[in-house]
Design a protein around this ligand. Sequence first.
Ligand code: GUN
Length: 297
Amino acid sequence: MSAMILDGKAFAARLRGEIAGHVAKLKETHGLTPGLAVVLVGEDPASQVYVRSKGKMTVEVGMASFEHRLDVDASEVELLALIQKLNADPQVHGILVQLPLPPQMNADLVINAIDPAKDVDGFHISNVGLLGTGQKSMVPCTPLGCLMMLRDHLGDLSGMNAVVVGRSNIVGKPMAQLLLGDSCTVTIAHSRTRDLAEVCRRADILVAAVGRPQMIPGDWVKPGATVIDVGINRIDEGAGKSRLVGDVEFDSAAQVAGAITPVPGGVGPMTIACLLANTVTASCRAHGLPEPVGLTA
Ligand code: GUN
């Protein structure tokens, strides 16, 4: 194996340490405790794990955590009423509605009901527009985490060929915007892209966010490239066992890449750390205080 392993777990732990420092200072000098509200509708097991983990880490960095649970058959009106209440609550600086939502709810409508200034997911249409036009916004957490890791490893990204495989609103599209903001030459590829292998081989920076286990083999990777694997896929190993793999075939890609994120322990831990970072940023903006450096794009 030749690639350097980009340790997202350690990076995220460092970032949470910095966030805890900022939170302590905000409390001490301004009597301000940043607060994050997480809303979970239903009992999806994976969502429950995420929500629990978010709550625990929010408290660990010294912030206030507010958890709201609605029944799986709750109405959209009920959820919208809760969002209005959280929008108006001065102790809540960030609001996250865990996705996916049950089928009776329209996710776009729900997300766009969140005050954009409290939209720590960066999914509100206003934040999408602000990011797309290079203005100050709330930036989606997973792409923000990827950008932080890329800058940390590569320094200045300008002029690099970046290929993002995947065009989701949550990762692919905002990732492409962030890379463009850092002056990369950006290609968004997807399941219909012709000769995807050739497109990937041009990438100095290859971001895989398709949600297909081990779809990108090592021979699609340019020698020395930096590979960011956003995929988290559970595959059946037989005999009742399973394991997590990314969208990249790690073993073969690690022979060729200059650096690569592992799964698990790569991008995953950065997402929650960036959610906490966004909450601190939102709380500072809400109070007209300077934003801590290094927490946003
Ligand atoms: N479900 C899976 N990932 C996410 C995320 O980043 N934000 C929200 N709100 N829900 C999710």
